[in-house]
Design a protein around this ligand. Structure first.
Ligand code: SF4
Ligand code: SF4
Length: 504
């Protein structure tokens, strides 16, 4: 159950968020006072009669009001009440659970399969998930051979319905995937032999760029979407070192320059960048670097704080994790990056979900369903269900939900001649996770707008916890912070949210 939430912005404006109407409104302070009086059992008509006798009322921390003003606000208060603005809202029903048949269907429509082409890498990045900072499986530097995946690929393709729009994205991930180019080439040749009117393939690859010059011709020929990992300028990139501890920056950037000179169109269209944020770079410096050098905006993510090895956790926080930036620097970064900045995105998201003024289509404008929780059962959290979007095939034969998930969360196995998938077992496993996390979600104010993956919540343990769980007081603070930012720079907010929605 979610209550109506009142909050005051930094500039002193007061707002009401109504979960029942799913709307946010500017609110006179007397409305809030009337609400709290009624909560305490005060009869408002009697209270007004008493004020009428004395002509006015002074309310501590609220102000002095004439009886006619109080009467006017009381009318408004009653209007809001009559129309459900002050009602608590039932939470969405998160008792939805997966069935084996759902997973089976997912398998036959999965959009992307990702191969961990090799665990081996030509870099030795300080923050690598295989470094001392993380609890991880042992690294064996295994390499996939085409024979390891032929059966799996054939099987997955055979489960799909042939049609010209049947497209499967095949992604190559590592380690450094280009260290096992032979595998990549074989998979591309094999999949290319399927008739185009039955199935088409899109290829993508995540690389550190060290071997790019050698293989770029092939990647261009097969129209690969290429993500290159680079953390910014030489200092920013200095955690990304070669095996001999020397910097990798020059090699990667020279290769990128080569691609840009020889394949300018491809560079423009198909190359994107992945950046890890840590204490040697910042949003601002990274954004400036990529704008100046490549006119691109990289995808940025904080150095992974999950699965840390307790023995080195302190060192991780001291040496690797980004330091908080000053409010002034943050302001400048937001101005520069606009819609790409996470805070601006968050602001757009908040407007979309809570303002009540964003409609996805014309029908929504007139829909009477606003604010009414449907009786439909939803699956908790924002976790994608197994194979609904992607599946990650590790070099050691384990299948994982995606490339971000720890190796302990296997959902199947594969080998040269066997693909072991148990849809009912997968559904059961996920359902136990949903059951565990539900006790948080059912009380969480983000429940109907959750963005979290349950694999980040320790669901495999007896004591899962979601670090994004938010109760009423936290939600009030969340709204307060964002609306204060909006009020502080309204023209910027207006500009960015408008384009954010257009850009999806
Ligand atoms: S992180 Fe979670 S929600 Fe995101 S793709 Fe992976 S499994 Fe799905
Ligand atoms: S934020 Fe966490 S606790 Fe809240 S609904 Fe999402 S997963 Fe559940």
């Amino acid at each position: 159950m979610k209550n109506a939430v009142f909050f005051t912005s930094g500039k002193g404006n007061q707002y009401l968020y109504s979960p029942y109407r799913n709307q946010l409104r500017l609110c006179h302070p007397l409305i809030i006072h009337l609400f709290s009086l009624e909560q305490k059992g005060t009869k408002l008509s009697r209270w007004l009669s008493a004020i009428r006798k004395s002509g006015s009322v002074t309310i501590q921390d609220v102000g002095t009001f004439s009886s006619s003003e109080v009467a006017y606000q009381l009318d408004k208060y009653r209007f809001l009440k009559r129309n459900g603005f002050l009602k608590p809202s039932r939470n969405i029903n998160i008792e939805g659970r997966l069935k084996g048949s759902d997973v089976k269907k997912n398998i036959s429509t999965v959009r992307q399969v990702i191969f961990e082409v090799t665990e081996d890498c030509n870099l030795n990045c300080t923050y690598c998930t295989y470094s001392k900072f993380y609890i991880n499986k042992e690294r064996h530097d295994s390499y996939l051979s085409f024979e390891n995946v032929r059966h799996t690929l054939t099987e997955l393709i055979s489960r799909r319905t042939p049609s010209p729009s049947n497209n499967l994205i095949i992604s190559f991930y590592g380690g450094e995937p280009l260290k096992n180019f032979k595998f990549i080439k074989s998979v591309v040749e094999f999949t290319n032999s399927y008739p185009r009117d039955q199935i088409s393939f899109t290829y993508s690859l995540s690389s550190n760029g060290l071997l790019l010059k050698k293989y770029i011709g092939f990647l261009v020929e097969h129209n690969f979407d290429l993500s290159v990992s680079l953390d910014g300028d030489e200092v920013a990139n200095s955690f990304r070192v070669l095996k001999n501890n020397k910097p990798s920056f020059d090699i990667t950037t020279k290769n990128l320059d080569y691609v840009r000179t020889h394949y300018p169109e491809y560079f423009e269209k198909s190359i994107s960048f992945l950046t890890v944020l840590h204490n040697r770079n910042s949003f601002k410096s990274v954004h400036e670097f990529f704008q100046e050098r490549y006119s691109k905006v990289p995808q940025m993510a904080d150095v992974n704080p999950i699965n840390l090895n307790p023995l080195h956790e302190k060192e991780f926080h001291e040496k690797l994790q980004s330091k908080p930036i000053s409010p002034q620097e943050e302001k400048e970064t937001i101005k520069q990056m606009e819609n790409v900045h996470p805070k601006v995105r968050e602001m757009s998201r908040l407007t979309e979900y809570y303002s009540g003024f964003v409609f996805k289509n014309y029908l929504e404008v007139i829909s009477s369903k606003r604010g009414k929780v449907s009786s439909k059962k939803f699956i908790p959290t924002a976790t994608c269900t197994p194979f609904s979007i992607r599946a990650y095939f590790s070099a050691d034969g384990t299948i994982l939900p995606c490339e971000h998930i720890s190796p302990f969360h296997g959902i199947g196995t594969y080998s040269d001649n066997q693909l072991v998938l148990d849809p009912t077992g997968m559904a059961k496993l996920y359902n136990t996770y949903y059951d565990k996390i539900s006790r948080f979600c059912s009380k969480c104010y983000f429940i109907d707008n959750c963005q979290e993956c349950l694999f980040n919540a320790g669901v495999e343990t007896d004591h899962p916890s979601c670090s994004f769980y938010i109760r009423e007081s936290g939600f009030r603070k969340y709204l307060m912070n964002h609306y204060s930012n909006i009020e502080n720079d309204y023209p910027f907010y207006r500009k960015t949210t408008q384009t954010a929605f257009y850009e999806g």
